[in-house]
Structures are given as C-alpha cells and as structure tokens.
Design a protein around this ligand. Structure first.
Ligand SMILES: Cc1ncc(COP(=O)(O)O)c(C=O)c1O
Length: 388
C-alpha cells in the first residue's frame, strides 16, 4: 500500500500524538492530568440534550439531510447573528451548516485552491490552516502572529507576490492558541487587504462565546465590507460544550458559500437533522445563562492556571477569551517540546508545546482550562513542586 504523496507531506496530527503519549503514561501507572486538549469537560446543557432527544424520536429527522440545511437551523443562525453580533444574514444564501469547523475549514481549501495557489495561515494557528492547503495540493504561507501587535500578523509585511497568488486567508479571534482578541481596527485592515488582492478571508469563529472581563467578541462580519470578501465559520463545539456533536455554520459571502456547497454535495450528505435541531436550541436566548455560567467557570480556572504558572516562575497576561492560556517557556529549556516533555516526565501534567501550532509558536506552551477544578488544582501543586 502506498499512501498519496499529498498525505506524506502532512506532519502527524499533534493531538493524536499527545493522546498516544498520555495513553502510554497511563498504561505505565502514571496519574496523568491533561491540560493539553481543548475539549470542554462539562456536559452539553440539558436544554440542548432534550431538544436532541425529542428530535431524534421524530422519523422526519432520520433521512438524508440536505447540504443546504433545515430552514429552522438557518433561521436560528440568522436570529443569533442579529441578536448577538448585530450582523444581518440572508438565510437562503448566506448561511449553510457544517459538520464542525474542522470539516468546513478543510473543505474550503478543496473548494478554492489549485496547485500553485497560496493560502495565508495564522502562525501559530489551528493545524488545519496548513494541512488543508497541503491536502488540496496548494501551499500554506505562514503569517507570524506578533506578540507586540497583540498576536496579529503584520499585514503590510506580506510579500506582494504572495498576495497575488493567495486565494484564502485563515484568521481566528478570539485566538487559539494565544487567547488574544482582535485589536481595534485589525479586521478593517484585513478587509482592505482582501479587497485589494481578491483574497477570501475565512474567519474561524470557534471561541466568540467564551470571553471574560466584560469583553464581548465581535463577528468578523460586523466589519464594514467583510461580507464582500469573507466568510465566518461559527462552531458550536466550544461555546456550547458540543465538541462531539459536529455542529457548525458557515456564514457570509453568498458566492463563497455556494462554492462550498457545490463541493459538499460531492463529499458528504449534510448535518444530521436532529443535530441541527439541537443547534437551534443552543442558539436560542434560553441557552444564554448556561454560556454565561461556563464563562464564569473558565474565568475562575484562568486564575488557577495563572497561579500555577506563577509558581513555576512564568508570568502571563490573563487572556480575555478562549479556554487557553498561552505562556512563554521558562528560561533554561531549549524548546517548547523539550519543556513539555520535562513537565510530563516529572509531574504527569500534559501541556501543549507552542511549536505544534507552527514555527512562531516556538518558545511558548499552551494550557487548556477544560480540566475539572480539583484536577487543575492538583496540577498547580505538581507544577509548584517541580520548581521547588
Ligand atoms: C481555532 C479552532 N478552530 C476550529 C476548531 C474545530 O472546531 P470543530 O469542533 O467545530 O470542528 C478548533 C478546535 O479545537 C479550534 O481550536
């Protein structure tokens, strides 16, 4: 058997490796605490689970869905975007469901890129921003997120030849892995650049509902002109504790969504209608209180995480959003992978090396706040003991 050359170019998926390492440690009897993967530990809200239970008992949901999505799902996304972001969308042409953001981001690459094309990818960034272009036979071009610019790329520094060949640009705010939120005026500059160079902006909006300190994350589409040049991928995974459900919506530029739909009709058969109905429940105002209480939980854990890092001599600026804390590797360690190995070996605590998200992530590591409080406290203690 010979796998495709395309696949050979892809580095092993970081979390698959991490899962294997954790399994090995556990098999060896180590009590591992994972602060690695960003998979919410709390269950999906009963409001959403009950909507699913009801929906799944209706025979009408058992058939093939359409790739366009149910009217009520698209209606719920329209209402949510208006209520939450003050963004108006036409449910007929500007909203389409996705099987999670990962699927959507990957397939957008297949829908838009040919060999020789470029996709601009935030670095550090979600791994599919680079694997997607590679698997589509195209090339990702990394845009380093500069800590001095609030973890945004220097758009003016992008080579004009690169801009001429770039067809897609992947961005994400609130940002995984850095926890940064989009600084004032940044989205406006992105729209300008995209318009000038005919680049489709894909704003990965996986974390807008998880924010702290009174900060409310905007939609990229709330930026004037954004809908002409971009789409947003809104995932229900993190904000609604629905990672396993695979529920997302792509919203924005109608022509781009039509192209994605064209590809999708050849790739899969749409999002299970019962999951769409669960999504309707999640996006209703009735779920707002649950989202707020999750944010309070993560805010508390963010303090605990900050405390843990302080104990090992690492100082961080508390992030205004996401379920992550991004922190510099302490002095004395060669690189982020070496540091995370050291921590795992000596404490059984799993951290994610920043380099796993791209070269600009080197020198950093990420902790995820999706671990129950008592385990997070235990991790704090173990990290404190490591330094003693
Ligand atoms: C930035 C970002 N985008 C997308 C995803 C995937 O989301 P989904 O579960 O909707 O596929 C993740 C998951 O970790 C993420 O961090």
């Amino acid at each position: 058997m010979r796998p495709s050359k395309r696949l050979e170019r892809i580095p092993p998926y970081v979390f698959a490796q991490l899962e294997r390492k954790i399994a090995e440690k556990r098999a060896a009897g180590v009590d591992v605490i994972s602060l690695g993967i960003g998979d919410p530990d709390r269950p999906t809200s009963p409001l959403i689970v009950e909507a699913m239970q009801e929906a799944v008992s209706e025979a009408e949901t058992h058939k093939y869905p359409t790739n366009r999505g149910r009217d009520d799902f698209r209606g719920a996304v329209r209402d949510f975007y208006e209520r939450r972001f003050d963004v108006k969308l036409d449910p007929e042409s500007e909203i389409i469901p996705g099987l999670g953001a990962k699927e959507a981001i990957f397939n957008l690459n297949l829908a838009f890129l040919d060999p020789g094309d470029y996709a601009l990818a935030a670095d550090p960034g979600y791994p599919v921003y680079t694997a997607g272009p590679w698997l589509a036979g195209a090339e990702p071009v990394l845009m380093a997120l500069d800590p001095e610019r609030g973890f945004t790329p220097d758009l003016e520094a992008i080579d004009t030849e690169v801009l001429a060949r770039a067809k897609l640009m992947f961005l994400c705010y609130p940002n995984n892995p850095t926890g940064a939120v989009a600084p004032e005026g940044f989205f406006e500059r992105v729209v300008e650049l995209a318009r000038e160079h005919e680049i489709l902006v894909v704003h990965d909006n996986a974390y807008s509902e998880i924010t702290f300190d009174g900060y409310r994350a905007p939609s990229f589409l709330a930026t004037p002109g954004a809908k002409e040049v971009g789409i947003e991928v809104f995932s229900l995974s993190k904000g609604y504790n629905m990672t396993g459900w695979r529920c997302a919506a792509l919203v924005g530029n109608a022509e781009a969504l039509h192209t994605y739909w064209q590809l999708k009709t050849n790739v899969d058969s749409g999002l299970f209608e019962a999951v769409q109905l669960a999504g309707v429940a999640a996006l209703s105002p009735d779920a707002d209180a649950e989202v707020a209480s999750m944010n309070e939980l993560y805010r508390r854990r963010r303090e605990l995480g900050g405390e843990a890092l302080h104990k090992i001599g690492v100082r961080v600026k508390p992030p205004h959003g996401t379920i992550y804390v991004w922190a510099p590797v302490p002095q004395g360690f060669e690189d982020s992978a070496g540091y995370c190995e050291h921590v795992l070996e000596h404490t059984g605590v799993v951290l994610t090396p920043g380099a796993a998200y791209g070269p600009a992530g080197e020198g950093w590591f990420r902790i995820s706040l999706t671990t129950p409080d008592e385990r997070l406290l235990e991790a704090v203690e173990r990290l404190g003991a490591l330094e003693a």
